[in-house]
Design a protein around this ligand. Sequence first.
Ligand code: ARG
Length: 256
Amino acid sequence: MKKLFALVCAAVMAMSLLAAAAADAPAFTTIEPGKLLISTSPDFPPFESTDDNDNIVGIEPEIMALVAEKLGLEIEFVPMDFTSALAAAQTGKTDVVMSGVTASGETGESRRLMFDFTVTYVSITQAIVYKAGSPVTMDDLGNVTVGVQRGTTGQIYVEDAYGEANVVGYDTYSLAFQALQNGQIDCIVVDDMVAKAYVERIPGLEMTQTTFEPEDFAFGVYKQDTGLCDAMNWALQELIEDGTVQAIIDKYNTAE
Ligand code: ARG
């Protein structure tokens, strides 16, 4: 009898624990039930890039996988260029844009009109990448040819500070880095962790920091997906607080 009582107690406790967990996750909708459609520009290591088998890998896919798991969702990545990835989450072609999207500053404010931002989870500053032996500093940026990815804060900050005349926009950073190697441009302005990743991958390149304002990254969520941003924040907050997000970032950002 005692045993049965204990069993019933254990069952009741387990059920209320489950109920508590489910009750914590805010209710939400996605475009396709049970699925998180994610637009992304996978030219942005260590945040997102494609591996040899064309899988999208990096800090953000790892975070997204854990968020989706907590929310009981499947994930589908839809690769495209950065400007299109933002537009997709704005127009409801995707639920989320995952592309190292800057959510801070004036750019963040104007993007907030396009979609809702989750909490931010990392900070970067723009850096300058150039060919070894031909250094470019912040002071030179007005007098050299600068490659950027179209639609990024790198483009916006450089054009605001120095004008558009010497800025060359590319759809992807991969194309910008090819142009730098071929000598078609003098440097690239890009988020520092990404600059570091390209400098590590491509021999003969070096980098230096800029003094542009620091930027915070978040995920952009389709405004009509009721509750999804809150639900993602609920999951993200937990992953940030228990150190999981930092551990993922450190794993990709340790190589010198
Ligand atoms: N953080 C910059 C911005 O939000 C650059 C992002 C580029 N992302 C990418 N996946 N290519 O404008």
